[in-house]
Each structure stands twice: as C-alpha cells, then as structure tokens.
Write a protein that binds this ligand. Structure first.
Ligand SMILES: C[S@@+](CC[C@H](N)C(=O)[O-])C[C@H]1O[C@@H](n2cnc3c(N)ncnc32)[C@H](O)[C@@H]1O
Length: 272
C-alpha cells in the first residue's frame, strides 16, 4: 500500500474507471518492482509463501490444504516466491501478474534459485485459462486490492476453479483504511470513514492516476465472495507475533499489537 494520506493535489479519494486503474497500476508496479524487491525481498524469501507482514507462513498455516499434485494459480505473484515454494511441495503452479517489471524479478529469481514455474502476464479480471482449470487459486496481497471491480475478479477466480476448489487471498485489513498509512503514533488515530469506498488515488500534475488502491469493508468482501458463489470457510486476522520487530510500510509492532493489519479469506467453490 502506498499510503492513505490527507487529500492534496497529488492524492485524492475519487472514482477511477477500471481501465484507468489498470493502466496506473501496471505502470506503478513496473516502476516500483526494483524498490519493492529491494525492500521486501529478504522478508518474502526466494522460495516461501508468506501471507502477510505479520509473517504467517503457509508452511505453518496450511490454508491451501493439500497441494501435492494439485493445479495451483497464484494471482498478483510479484517475484513469485510463493509459487516456487508450492512447486517444491509438489504442486503444478502457474504464477500470474499484471506487471512485466514484477515478472522480471520472478524470472531472475527462478534462475538464481533453480525452481522454475510458468509465468503469465495478465490481468486478474481476464484470466487466460479455461473454466475449471485449477484446483486452487491464491494470492498474498496481489491483484485484489488494485482492481476497480473486485466482485468481477471474484467471479473470474470462481470460473477458473474446478467445483470443490479453493480460493484463498490476503489483503490489508479493511479497518486499516480508517487510519493514516503510518507505522508510528500518527497511525493510531482514526481520520477516515471506514464506510468511504472511494479509492485512494495518487495522481500526476494533470490529474492522471499513477497509483490506485481500493477499499472494501469486511461485509463488502463477504458479499462479493458469496455473490460469486463461494462459501467462506475462515477469516484469519493474524496477530503480531512476539519478537517480530520488522516494519513493512504501515505495518509495525506498535500498531500490530493493537489492531489487525491483514485479513485472509479462505473460501471454497461448492463441489456441485
Ligand atoms: C503488493 S504486490 C504483492 C506481490 C506478491 N504477492 C507478494 O506477496 O509480495 C501486488 C502485486 O499485484 C499485482 N497486480 C496489481 N494489479 C493486478 C491485476 N489487475 N492483475 C494481476 N496482478 C495485479 C502487482 O503487479 C504486484 O505484483
């Protein structure tokens, strides 16, 4: 997340079309890819599935269930460390991202650590796969916070999952939207309405969006999932672990001890 800041010329809360959001985010993630990896690559690892800045690992949480022999799609994969980890666990994984810059990191990490998975550049709103192609779809903070029509993204994931398949995704916890994007004391005071769904938009001098992030309340997320046909199995709000002193953007021990920073939705497509 780039930042929830008071309104100014460069930052606004305003509606943005799906096409404008896609254009902004592709360009932003292309430009930010090197910095993102430099800042977070060590925490994420080369071959690991870390769900959130709180450090919850799939190896401990098992949110995806059995993956050996399963066809798995990672959305918004970034450098695809998670997809590579799943490949080492015996899954048949495809890693997808909108950004060529992020996928460049995925390709070079595959070269350096020797674990390769197919990489696909595409939009989560238009997945280039047939219906029922996957047993499991997941993302850690990828794609979902950035698409304007997240209900359509849920339906698209539902389409590519086989009946009985699983969809698991982590996002910034919706209650973080209420606060400034600050890991310190300034991030402890409520300043925005939880119910203001207008996206957070960074824009250039001409008002063209350069970064767009979307807010949904917890109820909105559940409504979108149920509307797409999913059954909600669990909603995790990982607690900040003792001894974890890392700061990731607005995520910090100070705030993490007081309120949740991540929501992880575990859902299934009914078997039939
Ligand atoms: C916060 S990064 C998360 C990357 C990775 N999952 C991780 O845990 O580090 C968000 C990722 O979502 C990707 N993304 C944004 N919008 C997308 C879209 N519409 N379709 C697919 N990927 C998208 C970005 O390019 C970026 O790689």
């Amino acid at each position: 997340m780039s930042g929830v800041e008071p309104e100014s010329g460069a930052v606004a809360r305003r509606p943005v079309s799906d096409a404008a959001a896609r254009r902004a985010n592709r360009a932003w993630w292309d430009l930010d890819a090197d910095d993102y990896q430099a800042e977070h690559g060590a925490f994420l690892g080369d071959v690991d599935l870390v769900w959130c800045p709180e450090g919850l690992r799939e190896a401990d949480a098992g949110l995806l269930g059995e993956v050996r022999g399963r066809r798995v799609l990672e959305l918004g994969c970034g450098a695809a460390a998670a997809a590579r980890w799943l490949a080492t666990q015996g899954a048949e994984v495809v890693a997808l991202d909108l950004s060529a810059g992020m996928l460049r990191h995925a390709a070079s990490a595959a070269g350096s650590c020797g674990v390769r998975v197919p990489l696909v550049q595409a939009d989560a709103l238009a997945l280039p796969f047939p219906a029922g192609a996957f047993d499991t779809v997941f993302t850690a903070f990828g794609a979902i916070p950035f698409v304007a029509d997240s209900a359509a993204a849920m339906s698209e994931v539902h389409r590519v999952l086989r009946p009985g398949g699983r969809w698991v995704f982590s996002v910034t916890h919706p209650m973080r939207w209420v606060f400034l994007d600050d890991p310190g004391e300034a991030g402890l005071t409520a300043v925005h309405s939880y119910f203001d769904r207008r996206p957070y938009v960074e824009q250039d001098a001409r008002g063209v969006p350069t970064y767009v992030e979307q807010h949904r309340t917890l109820g909105d997320r559940i409504r979108e999932l149920v509307g797409a046909g999913f059954v909600l199995r669990d909603l995790l709000e990982p607690e900040w672990p003792d001894g974890h002193d890392g700061i990731w953007g607005q995520w910090s021990p100070l705030r993490g001890r007081l309120f949740p920073g991540t929501a992880i939705f575990v859902t299934t497509k009914p078997a039939g």
